[in-house]
Design a protein around this ligand. Sequence first.
Ligand code: GLN
Length: 285
Amino acid sequence: MLNNSIGKLLHEAKQRLMERHLDTNAAEILIETRLGLSRSELWQSLDREISEEGQLQFEKDFARYLDGEPAQYILETAPFYGYDFYVDPRVLIPRPETEELVLLAENHLKKQSAQNALDICTGSGIIAITLKKLFPKLPVTASDLSEKALQVAQKNAKALQADVCFKRMNLIDAFLETGEKFDLIIANPPYIAESEKSEMSASVLAHEPSLALFAENEGLAIYQELIHKLPKIVMDNYWIAFEIGYTQGDAVKELFQKSFPQASVIVHKDINQKNRMVSCTNILI
Ligand code: GLN
C-alpha cells in the first residue's frame, strides 16, 4: 500500500466530516493523539508520511467516530484540569462544567485549608485526583457505587500518582457506620431527569453509562438522599459543593437549607451564565 502524508489523511478526513456535518476538529484530535503530537507539532508534520500501521489505526478510529462513538472513548483519554485521564464506557466523559466545580473548590482551599476531603460519585476519579494533585497534603477519599467506575478511578490515580482512598458504597452510607467525618465535600452526582432524554445527543445516550447520568424525581433523587444524610458526616466546620443541572438551583438550595439551617447556601453560575453549582458552608471568610 502506498503511504499517505499526514496532511493528505487529515484533508480527506475533514472532507468526510464536513459532508456529514460533523465536528471537523475530530480529525486532528484522532491523528495527533495517536501519534503523540501536540497541535503545533501536527501542523509541522503535514508532509511527513504516515506508516501503514498508523494509517490502519486511523481508519479504525475514524470509522468508530463516524459511527457515533465519542472520540474520548476511542482514544481512551480525556483532558481535565490540565491532566490526561483514562476513560472508557465504564465512566462518564469529563465535562468542562465539572472543571468549574473544581475551580470553586480550589479557590476555597486557597483561602481556607481543609483536613479531610470527600468526593462522592467519583466516577473516573477526576475530581478527587485533581484535588489531590492541587493539594498534595490534603487527605482525599472518593466513593462510588459502581465497582467498574472505581477500577477506572484507581487506574487514573496510579497513572497520575495521586494517593486517593477509593471506597465502594452507595453515596456516603459506609461513613454513617464508621463515623468518619469530612470538612470538604464535593460531588458531581447523576442529575439528569428521564424526561430530558429527548434533548440529549444520541452519542451520549448510546455510549455513556446511564447510571452516571440519570436520577429519579426530575433528576433530584440523589441530592435528596445525599443532602438528607450529609449532616451526620460533616465536621464542625464544613464546605460542601455540588454540580447541578441548570434548572435545579432553587430545589437543591432548599434541600441544603433544610439539612443545614445555619449555613450559607449559594447557587453559582457557570461561564455560560447557567446555574451549575451549589455550595453550602458555615465557614465565614
Ligand atoms: N464525578 C465524575 C465526573 O465528574 C462522575 C460523575 C458521575 O458519574 N455522575 O465526571
